[in-house]
Ligand binder design. Structure first.
Ligand SMILES: NC(=O)c1ccc[n+]([C@@H]2O[C@H](COP(=O)([O-])OP(=O)(O)OC[C@H]3O[C@@H](n4cnc5c(N)ncnc54)[C@H](O)[C@@H]3O)[C@@H](O)[C@H]2O)c1
Length: 256
């Protein structure tokens, strides 16, 4: 049991964020689902009684909107114990030196500045809450660069390091900060990535999907449940001596 603890999950309307919200609701958390689109609908679907989940429409690149999301958590549930910075966008699949600067900036803005703004808004509410914790969703591409992922890799590598800095800065408050680095999870974002491989190589979507799967040592794509399980652990007292770390959830692909 989590003693009615309250967590705010960004990008929770679908994909990995929804999987994280489902798992945390199952564990007894009160969950604020924050998303630029569809948060309230997903909150109602996951919790038809509407007393354990609320949805707030938030663009994480908007400082005021982040503050409003935290205020909504306090309004709904009276406290805030956890933050999961999951909202993110994929990057352009162009070589970095050929990438439109506006596209590059946009990826940094959502994937790196967004978690910074949301953390900035949330920390004052989390200070003094025993066991408070933040989890940032980074990426295997933030751990190892690949051709055609410059903007995305830079944003996620930066987020991992921001997490380490925050872990040190917030340790005196007892707030733990960790990262989860997924790889090849079968969500809308990954389907777009697979389609761009298919288009570039002249393959069908299914051929491209099978090609990606064949590179994963465990031989399958990841699921939102795989991420929800690890996030739940990092937010729980079972991880109370874990801070400043990145847990890779990628079927072993970094070993290849
Ligand atoms: N799918 C993968 O293979 C994979 C791998 C590594 C990392 N990730 C990371 O996991 C996280 C979740 O990705 P996903 O695969 O579920 O993607 P997704 O596209 O399915 O979902 C992302 C969610 O974030 C929301 N979002 C986007 N921009 C936002 C903004 N400015 N403000 C608020 N919400 C916003 C979207 O509306 C959407 O609901 C992302 O940070 C992504 O970079 C995914």
């Amino acid at each position: 049991m989590t003693d009615d603890r309250v967590v705010l999950v960004t990008g929770a309307a679908r994909g990995l964020g929804e999987g994280i919200a489902i798992r945390l609701l199952r564990d007894g958390w009160r969950v604020v689902l924050a998303d630029v689109d569809g948060a309230s609908t997903t909150a109602r679907r996951l919790d038809p009684g509407s007393d354990h989940a609320v949805g707030v429409e938030v663009d994480v690149t908007d400082e005021q909107a982040c503050a409003r999301a935290v205020a909504a958590a306090i309004d709904a549930f009276g406290r805030l114990d956890g933050l999961v910075n999951n909202a993110g966008i994929g990057g352009p699949s162009t070589p970095a030196h050929l990438t439109d600067p506006a596209d590059f900036r946009r990826v940094l803005e959502v994937n790196l500045v967004g978690p910074f703004l949301m953390t900035r808004a949330a920390v004052p509410a989390m200070q003094g809450r025993p066991g408070a914790a933040i989890v940032n969703i980074t990426s295997v591409l933030g751990q190892r660069g690949e051709a055609r992922s410059g903007a995305y890799s830079a944003s996620k590598g930066g987020l991992g390091l921001l997490g380490q800095c925050l872990a040190l800065e917030l340790a005196p408050d007892g707030i733990r900060v960790n990262s989860v680095a997924p790889g090849n999870m079968l969500t809308g974002m990954h389907r777009d990535h697979v389609q761009s491989i298919a288009d570039r190589q002249g393959w069908s979507y299914d051929e491209a999907l099978a090609g990606v799967r064949a590179t994963v040592p465990l031989g399958r794509h990841g699921t939102p449940d795989d991420i929800g399980d690890v996030v739940a652990w990092l937010l729980s007292p079972d991880a109370s001596y874990v801070t400043g770390q990145t847990v890779a959830v990628n079927g072993g692909i970094l070993l290849t």
